[in-house]
Design a protein around this ligand. Structure first.
Ligand code: NAD
Length: 301
């Protein structure tokens, strides 16, 4: 299989835009396409070639990377009459980095395989800052061979590229991880709210819990109260970061997956309900750690 030189990048939003620019900086010839002309302009400023259509981007590419909002977009962009399958070179590699439901990821991967293409689902952990810095974590579902082909494409955007298993397991890893994150953030917030009510200084509680058995990433890397972790969104009025709307999307995907797989995830369901409530109250665009304000009872918009 020849070396990958030309990459089509479809979906140049908050995440995809900087990811495409990092591939261009790494020396790939990146042909970028998005429905938004502003997103295209930014990608071109960052060293990508602005394609005039999806077909124009894809038809010469050795690999195609997609970063789209949801499963319906991914199915349409790959399988539609004028989609990627219709225009890609024989044996092209596809990496779908969007966060989508597992059945859609498996459907698209099996259609790709039936047409002789290589495909991985490769959703990411890390927000816009990690996309810009090229420090995303990729969770990759696909065969060993397809993973080996995808690794050099994903590496310039990554601090880690991890093979999760067969098609769909990248998405499975992503939604399980984010369900755990949503639950752990709410638990961490509840502990701070109770500590405050009991007269315990938040910094002292942080110093103790971060060395005790309550230690977890939401506490030590993303602390929901300002002060203990300077880089956390709590220090900049909860500007996202990882927006509540994104967390809610992932918690909904986790609940859909739980229902169809027959798994019991009562805390995942509760986390979804609490994030839906915070979203309704106006927290949608705030960082997901801002849910502490709702739990404390002092959130207003
Ligand atoms: P976004 O809405 O900023 O970008 C999506 C882009 O896709 C938009 O620019 C849109 O114009 C484009 N698009 C939609 N349909 C298209 C089509 N048919 N052809 C070409 N372009 C099309 O979203 P985002 O924040 O970049 O997120 C993208 C994906 O990454 C989502 O699945 C999201 O869940 C996931 N994700 C986001 C974050 C985050 O912090 N933003 C973190 C991890 C994962």
């Amino acid at each position: 299989m020849s070396k990958i030189k030309i990459i089509a990048f479809i979906g140049l939003g908050n995440m995809g835009g900087p990811m495409a620019v990092n591939l261009a900086k790494a020396g790939f010839d990146v042909r970028a396409f998005d429905l938004s002309s502003e997103a295209m302009r930014l990608a071109a400023n960052g060293g990508c070639i602005a394609a005039i259509s999806l077909a124009d981007a894809v038809s010469v590419a050795d690999a195609v990377v997609t970063m789209l909002p949801a499963g319906s977009h991914v199915k349409a962009v790959y399988g539609g009459d004028d989609g990627i399958f219709a225009h890609a070179k024989a044996c092209a590699l596809f990496c779908d980095c969007s966060t989508i439901d597992v059945p859609s990821a498996r459907d698209v991967a099996s259609s790709a395989a039936a047409k002789g293409f290589s495909m991985v689902d490769s959703p990411v952990s890390g927000g816009v800052a990690a996309a810009e810095a090229g420090t995303l974590a990729f969770m990759v579902g696909g065969s060993e061979e397809d993973f080996a082909r995808a690794e050099p494409v994903l590496e310039p955007m990554a601090k880690a590229v991890i093979h999760a298993g067969d098609a769909g397991t990248g998405q499975a890893a992503k939604i399980c991880n984010n369900m755990l994150l949503g639950i752990s953030m709410i638990g961490t917030c509840e502990a701070f709210v109770l500590a405050e009510k009991l007269g315990l200084d938040p910094q002292r509680f942080f110093d103790i819990a971060s060395k005790a058995s309550g230690q977890n990433w939401s506490l030590t890397s993303y602390c929901p109260v300002p002060g203990p972790v300077p880089a956390a969104p709590s220090n900049r009025e909860y500007a996202a970061g990882f927006a509540t709307a994104m967390m809610l999307k992932d918690l909904r995907l986790a609940q859909e997956a739980s229902h169809s797989a027959g798994a019991a995830t009562p805390l995942g369901a509760e986390a979804q309900a609490l994030y839906a409530m915070f979203d309704n109250l106006g927290g949608r665009e705030l960082d997901f750690s801002a849910i502490i304000q709702m739990l404390r009872g002092d959130f207003s918009r």
